[in-house]
Design a protein around this ligand. Structure first.
Ligand code: AMP
Ligand code: ZN
Length: 432
């Protein structure tokens, strides 16, 4: 039932002692990084500043902007030759935030994922099809290593290519899959096209759904279509990637692995801790990381700690499914997108105004993005071909930047309503 019973059920007092010891070690380690050594000198902080877990509040937060400003190596806490792997956040071909791992980090991370998957019932005898992008994105290799640690047979299918996914699933009798929820819905339409019924024609009994927000209703819908149990998987590249928090068989919140991460929930406005059980922004400190430990990293994800003890016996607290973000980042098909990226690209194209609107839609099974863009009036008076060429050019430029293909609609100047205050850049029509 447990991958590591001792750690997973460690009593709270012991767990907190372990956290404090690991936190102190981590702070010592971060003193070796360019960024934190400077910061600690300025603020007169050191590992000695930590007598209790609450003392973490003496330390400043770390943000994505800090990571960007000290790109690429400003946060590494070991000599470069000890690093064995690099990953980055999903989306953007530009300077995505990068993270680095030592061999020990990879081993700890794989173990966390093995713990997550084992918790849901996956075993050595399973065939695991990983339908996530391999490469820089953490969802591919992260799960891959974890599943191998359990000893399962891993099919590194990667993302996309739906017919082949289905073929692999049937030929090799896949029993466990890892999939982005929006892709699980899309894939079900391909089953229908092929006149197959996933409930009858496959042997999949467990799915891990991660990388993007989804509602309870959407999970139940996916479970209904496929006839498997789907478990919510949360993580972010700055904290390794997947394997941060994961649902147990009770499917009531995700256990956040507190032997590896120190958790705080703060009010995103006042930056003060919220009362237990209240919603706020998740802030995390990696307390087992060697390559690039981060202190008080602001995830910008909104959630809350679910009060009370989980009947599964694990003592690590649970967070509720992610409710939203405190910044304007969107996630489409598992890819992170900041509206600013679109604005920057559009500004580089002559005759294109800066007024634009992103519309996200979900028909029953597919997610899509439309970017409405205002362009110079002359395009509407002249040749339709010219307009079409401009449309294609914008679509290509955006695809190059965002890594997904948006639909582009060109409209006349001033046709996108301007509000009084801050421009509304995004309309998200995605419901369940
Ligand atoms: P990345 O750094 O590219 O792995 O993106 C991490 C972000 O993806 C997180 O900060 C969340 O906003 C989002 N995310 C990952 N998993 C989930 C999940 N299960 N539910 C909601 N959002 C998620
Ligand atoms: Zn549980």
């Amino acid at each position: 039932m447990y991958w590591e019973k001792d750690v997973e059920t460690l009593n709270r007092k012991k767990l907190e002692e372990l956290q404090l010891a690991r936190l102190q070690e981590t702070v010592k380690r971060t003193e070796k990084s360019y960024y934190y050594s400077k910061l600690f000198k300025e603020k007169k902080l050191s590992a000695n500043s930590l007598k209790s877990l609450q003392d973490i509040q003496k330390f400043p937060f770390t943000t994505k902007d800090d990571l960007r400003e000290h790109w690429p190596y400003g946060f590494i806490a070991v000599p470069k030759d000890e690093l064995v792997r690099m990953h980055s956040s999903s989306g953007t071909t530009g300077r995505a935030t990068v993270v680095f791992h030592t061999a020990h980090d990879i081993s700890v991370w794989s173990n966390l994922l093995a713990r997550c998957m084992f918790m849901t019932g996956m075993r050595k005898s399973d065939v695991f099809q990983n339908m996530m992008t391999y490469g820089l994105f953490t969802g591919g290799l992260g799960f891959h290593y974890g599943a191998e640690k359990i000893g399962a047979l891993v099919i590194p299918a990667g993302a996309g290519n739906s017919k082949r996914q289905i073929q692999l699933m049937m030929d090799f009798e896949t029993t466990v899959v890892h999939v982005i929820p929006s892709y699980a819905l899309h894939l079900s339409t391909v089953f229908t096209e092929l006149k197959l019924d996933p409930r009858k024609d496959t042997k999949v009994k467990i799915a891990f759904l991660g990388a993007e927000p989804h509602t309870e209703k959407m999970r139940r819908k996916i479970e209904g279509i496929y006839g498997y149990k789907a478990f919510n998987s949360y993580g972010l590249s700055e904290m390794n990637g997947p394997g941060v928090a994961f649902e147990c068989p009770y499917q009531d919140g995700m256990h956040i692995w507190e032997d590896s991460f120190l958790v705080e929930i703060i009010d995103p406005k006042t930056l003060e801790p919220v009362a237990d059980g209240q919603e706020g922004e998740l802030v995390m400190t990696s307390i087992q990381k060697e390559g690039m430990p981060l202190l008080r990293y602001r995830t910008k994800d909104l959630t809350r700690i679910i009060p009370g003890i989980c009947p599964c016996g694990r003592t690590h607290r649970r967070i509720e499914r992610i409710k939203g973000r405190t910044d304007d980042m969107l996630i489409l098909k598992g890819v992170n997108i900041f509206p600013m990226q679109i604005e920057k690209k559009l500004m580089e194209i002559p005759d294109v105004g800066t007024n634009f609107l992103i519309i996200l839609d979900r028909d029953e099974f597919n997610d899509s993005m439309t970017v409405k863009v205002e362009v110079n009036k002359k395009y509407f008076a002249g040749d339709i071909k010219q307009l079409e060429n401009l449309r294609k050019k914008i679509a290509e430029e955006l695809k190059g930047e965002l890594l997904i293909t948006p639909k582009v609609d060109l409209v006349e100047p001033d046709s996108i309503p301007k509000g009084e205050g801050k421009a509304v850049r995004v309309i998200d029509n995605r419901k369940d």
